[in-house]
Write a protein that binds this ligand. Structure first.
Ligand SMILES: Cc1cc2nc3c(=O)[nH]c(=O)nc-3n(C[C@H](O)[C@H](O)[C@H](O)COP(=O)(O)O)c2cc1C
Length: 262
């Protein structure tokens, strides 16, 4: 059975960056979050937390810390989506001789840390679709990812890693639907394939149709700019990963000789 409502909500969704000055009822927000937590989750462990940021001071700090996008302040609802291993560990270790949770976080496999990030991403996407179904618009703020100011402002302890903000509100703009890469450049049968020159050109042309993404209509330039980094940014990112216990401080070179197949 195909639900047209669900397909419509998915196909018509686009990021909204301008919101009406109109509050979203609390029960609607709670329904959106409920839809979020209905997302599938690895091992049925729900390794995430959502922080609804209502405090005006904190919202202002988030705005300052996340590139000062005006819509962070304008959106009536701001949710911070975090991967969270901490509360799960606290549920596991309830006895008197509870070990140090910070230490336990560090001992958790990197597999579960990545899976926690995956779980939280699924929650995030479910919430955008649910928001759409209530006639609301939304946008993610990626600069909250591993952001040290966000960690401090929201008091995120070891085991809790900030992924993004999700701003939600009634739309005050009607942007067009953004293009996507053609299916032939993201869907493969049976094995992975490097894209051919023709497919790359076709894909880029498809994306160039959206001048807003790039500001200069050349999507590849936009992609290159977005992927570039610098030592200071990398240092801060690494610090956030270590601070939250999502990356151990040991030398990654330890693992380079691991054999995949005998
Ligand atoms: C993880 C993530 C982070 C994002 N961060 C930002 C952001 O910081 N600022 C912004 O304006 N849009 C942000 N977006 C929205 C994307 O720009 C948008 O989803 C993309 O351009 C496709 O457009 P559409 O959502 O309208 O289809 C983010 C989206 C994702 C999934």
């Amino acid at each position: 059975m195909v639900s047209m409502e669900v397909m419509d909500a998915i196909s018509n969704r686009r990021s909204i960056r301008k919101y009406q000055d109109k509050p979203v009822p609390e029960e609607t927000v709670l329904k959106i979050v409920e839809a979020g937590v209905r997302a599938p989750c690895g091992c049925s462990l729900q390794k995430y937390s959502i922080i609804w940021v209502k405090d005006e001071e904190k919202r202002k700090i988030l705005w300052e810390s996340c590139r000062k996008y005006p819509f962070i302040l304008e959106a009536p609802v701001t949710l911070a989506i975090c991967a969270d291993l901490r509360n799960l560990l606290r549920m596991i270790y309830t006895s008197e001789n509870t070990p140090s949770i910070d230490n336990e976080v560090n001992l958790i496999s990197i597999k579960h840390k990545f899976k926690a990030i995956f779980d939280a991403g699924l929650v995030a996407e479910n919430m955008t679709i649910a928001a759409e179904s209530f006639g609301l618009g939304s946008v993610f703020i990626g600069s909250a990812f591993a952001n040290l100011n966000v960690i401090e402002t929201l008091n995120l302890p070891t085991g809790v890693f900030p992924l993004c903000l999700l701003c939600i509100g009634y739309p005050d703009e009607d942007p067009s639907i953004r293009p996507r890469l053609p299916l032939h450049s993201v869907l493969f049968i049976d094995e992975y394939k490097d894209l051919t020159k023709e497919k790359i050109e076709d894909a880029a042309q498809n994306m160039n149709a959206d001048a807003r993404v790039t500001g200069n209509t050349v999507w590849i330039k936009h992609a290159k700019r977005k992927l570039s980094t610098d030592a200071e940014t990398e240092r801060k990112l690494k610090l956030a990963f270590i601070k939250t216990g999502f990356l151990s401080n040991e030398n990654i070179d330890t693992y380079v000789n691991v054999k995949i197949k005998e």
